[in-house]
Design a protein around this ligand. Structure first.
Ligand code: NAD
Length: 260
């Protein structure tokens, strides 16, 4: 495939589903070779097949982003297979909704482990590979919940606010080496994660929640994976050459709404 990311190599974590899968396909369509990471091998293989179906280049690599050894090996695999790493899309995440007062410690460890430690490890091991390449772009998936609060997701919100700080701070550490670090913050996007969250509510609550979300943004609808993928592809590529240490919100205007 040829496109603006021709010759680039991208790792996409959590690429077996939802935003990660959509972005992996979109980056492949733009010409990048993709290392499709997920903790679930079957899901990673489905994404691999989808990239193959559009004539893209990809390999699947199963790794748990919570562990340093597997993440280091994931980056090494990118270098061995494709000769380097240009784009790290640190996207793998889990949503765990729980009132903090009664939230089990294991639950807190899980969400911090995937959403925050996982992102730190992906960044940590990407730096050396990008330095060897003369630069690169790290994109991290945050969320509107980093800045706009809902009850019942304190730990999740803390991880998403945390990665905004990761992007800002790491951008300062690696900017002189031509490595950019940014976040994308989706609003409510139609993915299996959203379906699971809705399935955890009774029908009345689920429909009220969806109605509230749709009514609470400027465009009056939830977003699509493709709409997030376009922004990730922008941040990954040269059109964003002077964009670093920041966050692009993709939320249909949810965070623009002033509540009285
Ligand atoms: P999803 O559940 O559809 O996909 C997440 C993928 O991550 C899954 O394939 C899962 O197997 C993988 N994963 C989970 N733990 C992993 C681990 N330890 N190592 C490697 N892979 C792992 O979710 P999604 O909706 O596509 O969410 C993707 C990202 O977007 C997450 O960081 C999420 O917090 C964020 N986000 C989603 C929404 C939304 O509305 N869907 C909104 C804002 C932010």
């Amino acid at each position: 495939m040829t496109g603006p990311l021709d010759g680039r190599v991208a790792i996409v974590t959590g690429a077996g589903s939802g935003i990660g899968r959509g972005c992996a396909i979109s980056l492949a369509r733009a010409g990048a070779s993709i290392v499709v990471n997920d903790i679930d091998g079957d899901r990673a293989d489905e994404t691999l097949a989808a990239i193959g179906a559009i004539g893209g280049e990809a390999v699947a690599y199963v790794a748990d982003v919570r562990r340093a050894g597997p993440v280091e090996a994931l980056v090494r695999h990118s270098e061995e297979r494709y000769g380097g790493l240009d784009v790290m899309f640190a996207n793998a995440g889990i949503s765990v909704y729980h009132q903090l007062e009664t939230q089990p410690e294991d639950d807190i460890d899980s969400v911090l482990g995937v959403n925050l430690k996982g992102v730190l490890l992906c960044c940590k091991y990407a730096i050396g590979a990008m330095r060897r390449r003369g630069g690169g772009s790290i994109v991290i998936t945050s969320s509107v919940q980093a800045t706009h609060s809902l009850p019942g997701c304190v730990a999740y919100a803390a991880t998403k606010a945390g990665v905004l700080a990761v992007a800002r701070t790491l951008a300062l550490e690696v900017g002189r080496e031509n490595i950019r670090v940014n976040c994308v913050s989706p609003g409510t996007i139609d993915t299996p994660m959203l379906s699971r969250d809705l399935a955890g509510m009774d029908a009345e609550h689920a429909s009220a929640f969806l109605g509230q979300v749709e009514g609470a943004n400027a465009l009056g609808r939830i977003g699509t994976v493709a709409e997030v993928a376009d922004v990730v592809a922008f941040l990954a590529g040269d059109q964003a050459a002077y964009v670093t240490g920041t966050n692009i919100v993709v939320d249909g205007g949810f965070t623009a709404v002033k509540k009285f």
